[in-house]
Design a protein around this ligand. Structure first.
Ligand SMILES: Cc1cc2nc3c(=O)[nH]c(=O)nc-3n(C[C@H](O)[C@H](O)[C@H](O)COP(=O)(O)O)c2cc1C
Length: 354
């Protein structure tokens, strides 16, 4: 099937403008996701279950491969993602109100590097729309895989009010999220990455932790697992500071990494935005994962993301210390059944880390 995608479907899609091709793909996934019986049939052929489900942050994952944030920005096709063999999906990044994102063109393809550059800027329909979509198409309690909700700050919100955006989306989506990811690492929202600095980060994470705890107390639940997603462009000293805050506040895990603002040697395109896929991001994210795993002695669970384009690349992330992986760009290049291939390859790979 991968062969049909790479030799027939991908060349057709890659003749289109990248965002147009993305939109076609999303429409196909939404159509599939709206047909539960067909999804169940397709899932039967694709689902990959580890011998023992992966237990992480108090959740159960059938396998270790997830869809990274940014593909299903509004939580519209999680059922289709489950049917294609993923073990979890992360929807968003969502902001409290709908926003259009940056002007097009804002997505660029670099097949030679198997990479993309995007400056989408959190185009999304807002957290209410995501709530409606998840509750209608893939409600909690009827899911085969966990759904993480990735929350962010709107472009128009000043940095010193960013916490209000995160809290608003948390409150709206708490009933439908299996876990939350706090995104402070996308390069396309002005100032967002400043939230990674200690002066903002602690206040933001304390507010969200407190909100999570009072939500759980009110409903008699366990609090939601809370993860933080970081950029690959941080120094090790900055990573140390972030990890210290996460451990101090009992956060559940870290997602490493988002897209990079750096470019490979000899890369000539001048497009601005975050680069995903490619060898350089893969190596950098592996280094970050390895560094966090060693410096925390494995105490902080890591989801490894960045440049996964083969089973070996996914295995490298597990070997570096990740408990699970996510992918985005590799899925675009390798096709809809690539997640299944990876999940099978990771079955029983590096069990010691979990
Ligand atoms: C078009 C595009 C949009 C993205 N949007 C988001 C987003 O909204 N939120 C987020 O946390 N990450 C976003 N990402 C980053 C991915 O989730 C992932 O961290 C990054 O692409 C590295 O993984 P990859 O090399 O497998 O693509 C986006 C990536 C791409 C290519």
């Amino acid at each position: 099937m991968g062969c049909i995608y790479e030799n027939i479907i991908r060349p057709i899609l890659f003749r289109m403008d990248p965002e147009q091709a993305h939109d076609r793909g999303r429409t196909a996934l939404m159509t599939l996701g709206s047909m539960p019986t067909l999804c169940a049939l397709i899932r039967r052929c694709n689902q990959v279950r580890e011998d023992k489900p992966v237990q992480l942050f108090g959740l159960e994952f059938p396998n270790r491969v997830g869809l990274a944030a940014g593909m299903d920005k509004d939580g519209e096709f999680a059922r289709a993602i489950e049917a294609l063999g993923f073990g979890h999906t992360e929807v968003g990044t969502v902001t409290p109100q709908a926003q259009p994102g940056n002007p097009r063109p804002r997505l660029f393809r670099y097949p030679e590097q198997k990479a993309l550059i995007n400056r989408m800027g959190f185009n999304n329909k807002g957290s209410e729309a995501m709530l409606n979509s998840l509750s209608k198409h893939y409600p909690k309690g009827k899911r085969g895989i966990p759904v993480g909700v990735n929350i962010g700050k709107a472009k128009a919100t000043p940095l010193d009010q960013a916490v209000d955006d995160y809290l608003a989306s948390f409150r709206t989506l708490a009933d439908q999220a299996d876990y939350f990811t706090i995104n402070i690492s996308s390069p396309n929202t002005p100032g967002l990455r400043d939230l990674q600095s200690e002066s903002y980060l602690r206040d933001l994470l304390v507010s969200l932790r407190d909100e999570n705890q009072s939500y759980a107390k009110k409903l008699g639940h366990q609090p939601h697992p809370m993860l933080l997603k970081i950029a690959p462009d941080l120094s090790y000293a900055e990573i140390d500071q972030i990890v210290e805050v996460l451990l101090d506040l009992n956060y559940d895990g870290i997602i490493a990494t988002n897209t990079t603002i750096s470019r490979p040697n000899g890369f000539t395109s001048k497009e601005t935005g975050g680069m995903s896929g490619g060898v350089d991001l893969r190596k950098r994210s592996n280094d970050v994962i390895n560094y966090i795993h060693r410096s925390t002695e494995g105490k902080l669970p890591i989801i490894g993301v960045g440049g996964i384009d083969s089973a070996e690349a996914a295995g490298e992330k597990i070997d570096a210390g990740a408990s699970m992986v996510q992918l985005y760009t590799g899925w675009i290049y390798r096709g809809p059944f690539f997640a299944k291939e990876l999940a099978n390859a990771l079955k029983s790979h590096g069990e010691d880390w979990i």
